[in-house]
Design a protein around this ligand. Structure first.
Ligand code: NAP
Length: 226
């Protein structure tokens, strides 16, 4: 199972200030949604607080020493627990994919959409889930699952913040980095220093500044070199 970090950074590795982001970039938000949908998320307690509510259709796991977390989030006391919970959530999702039966029980979450795209050697996989309601089977949804299930690419997404990235970088397999082309001197949280020598870029797309995006930015994906 791949472990990936997804983060947006200013040119000096800035991540946030006062437990909030430093920019409003709708297309970066779409990128984040695209690459986290249907996957388990691991985050620090402060990032949970900055989100305020869990991201839908994803297992939202929070690392904390606290005894409770906000509704809809799941608590993990340490990395072993967080990674085990994330793996279990992927296995749950895989198990409920019927492989040789057309029966889908009401009330069960199933995969309904899986979009694969290949660009510059980089393969993106997006999975959506839905809960079957009613009493009968859902033959159409089921046949789509049947068709697409073998392509599932299990991935655990680490979504921040600074403390969590710092600890996770050494065992992360892939980085989804949005480089925001701006200086943010007010930042109080930074991404850890990382070396391009250890990472191979597999995807790069520039996004210009426009009326909706105050800064230009670059989507970049890196896989750890063998
Ligand atoms: N630009 C981006 O892509 C991005 C993404 C995410 C977040 N952010 C920003 O980053 C900032 C938050 O980051 P942060 O570094 O301050 O906090 P954080 O990493 O979100 O959370 C830190 C907290 O996580 C818990 N924790 C950390 N390591 C742990 C471990 N090994 N075991 C158990 N619990 C652990 C602790 O919670 P307890 O104190 O409860 O024990 C710690 O106080 C905000 O400004 C946010 O907006 C930016």
């Amino acid at each position: 199972m791949r472990v990936s970090i997804i983060a947006a950074l200013g040119v000096n590795l800035e991540l946030g200030a006062n437990n909030a982001l430093l920019w409003h970039l709708p297309d970066d938000f779409s990128w984040f949604i695209q690459h986290t949908k249907g996957k388990p998320l691991i985050m620090g307690r402060k990032t949970m607080e900055s989100l305020g509510k869990p991201l839908k259709n994803r297992t939202n796991i929070v690392l904390t020493s606290a005894l409770s977390v906000l509704p809809g989030f799941e608590i993990a006391k340490n990395w072993d627990a967080a990674l085990d919970m994330a793996k279990a959530s992927i296995l749950r999702l895989q198990k409920i994919i019927p492989e040789d039966s057309l029966e889908v029980k009401p009330g069960v979450s199933i995969l309904t959409t899986l979009i694969n795209s290949d660009k510059n050697n980089y393969k993106a996989t997006t999975v959506e889930t839905k809960t079957i309601s009613g009493q009968g089977n859902d033959g159409m949804a089921n046949s789509r699952i049947h068709q697409y299930a073998p392509s599932i690419d299990p991935e655990i997404m680490i979504i921040g913040g600074g403390e969590i990235y710092k600890q996770a970088l050494e065992f992360t397999d892939r980085l989804y980095i949005t480089e925001v082309n701006g200086n943010f001197s007010q930042a109080d949280t930074h991404f850890p220093l990382w070396s391009l020598q250890e990472w191979k870029e597999t995807y790069h797309q520039h996004h210009i500044a426009d009326e909706k995006h105050q800064f230009s930015f670059d989507f970049r994906v890196f896989d750890r070199r063998e």
